[in-house]
Design a protein around this ligand. Structure first.
Ligand SMILES: [Zn+2]
Length: 292
């Protein structure tokens, strides 16, 4: 065990990380609830005519959620900085990226309405005849068409709600990264994850701290892909800033980093790093969602 003073500091940071992730998740869930609620007024037989209120309220809720997520990120970074770089000079705080109302609207409109309209059209217009009793055929076709339409409507709102959650989580993550870029005292960041997080986020967290100045080995699977925030559906990760190269990474990240190193010896012939990681992380205690 480490000395009590260090343990207390580490515990405080871990508590801040967990509170940040929980607050962002609550904001995202509250917005998703609004979308589900408004979706109740949308009718599958008149999508275009009944979806205006849903779209308007969904976009407004997502933009407000993003604003809250940015505020949560501001407060979290300020707390971590006070602990890790006490007395450091103030810096010019990053401004929020301008809201992307039009982009949000287009994406929700596509996920919930346009895509669904096309699928509903197919259900209505592609029917098959199976027996020589046309009336029975029509009844059973109507029944299965109704079921299929209900299912399409459920899939539509799930897609839209997932997008909403992603927009909000990403706004928070990107804003933490904007702080790190703007703050001359900040050295980098580590992705913070919950026990049992998905293999992809665990892989990114296994990098420990990623420093601003470093150039990366492009053959390392953990540094590939667009953007640093890399938020996927239902991703509940955070980003913890570092203020010194001697800051120890979050405890879970250190355990994940060790597992990444061990994984190299446990790879099976023909397995890529990512495939081996998925298998080995999945079987490890770190993939168990026990409470932190
Ligand atoms: Zn994640």
């Amino acid at each position: 065990m480490t000395a009590p003073v260090v343990a207390a500091g580490t515990a405080t940071l871990a508590a801040l990380d967990a509170a940040y992730r929980a607050t962002q998740a609550r904001t995202a869930i509250a917005v998703a609830r609004i979308l589900f609620d408004r979706w109740g007024q949308v009718q599958s037989d008149s999508l275009a005519a009944t979806s205006a209120v849903f779209l308007r309220d969904a976009v407004a809720a997502i933009l407000l959620g993003q604003e809250r997520a940015v505020g949560t990120a501001d407060a979290y970074v300020a707390q971590v900085r006070r602990l890790q770089a006490p007395g450091a000079a103030p810096y010019t705080l990053p401004t929020r990226k301008p809201p992307t109302a039009e982009q949000v609207r287009t994406s929700i409109e596509f996920q919930a309405i346009s895509k669904t309209a096309r699928e509903l059209y197919r259900v209505e217009n592609v029917r098959t005849t199976e027996t020589d009793d046309p009336e029975a055929d029509r009844e059973s076709a109507d029944r299965s068409a109704e079921g299929r339409k209900r299912q399409l409507m459920e899939e539509a709102i799930s897609r839209a709600a997932s997008s909403a959650v992603r927009y909000i989580t990403t706004a928070g993550q990107e804003h933490v990264l904007a702080h790190i870029a703007a703050d001359p005292v900040a050295t980098g960041y580590a992705r913070t994850t919950k026990p049992g997080c998905c293999y992809f986020c665990a892989m990114l967290a296994s990098r420990g701290f990623v420093y601003k100045e470093d150039s990366f080995d492009e053959s390392d699977a953990r540094f590939q892909g667009p953007g640093e925030a890399k938020v996927h559906d239902s991703c509940g990760c955070g980003m913890r800033p570092s203020y010194s190269r001697s800051d120890p990474p979050p405890e879970r990240n250190a355990d994940l980093e060790q597992l990444w190193i061990d994984m190299k010896d446990l790879k099976m012939p023909g397995e890529s790093d990512v495939q081996a990681w998925r298998r080995i992380y999945g079987a490890s205690d770190l993939a168990q969602p026990f409470s932190a």
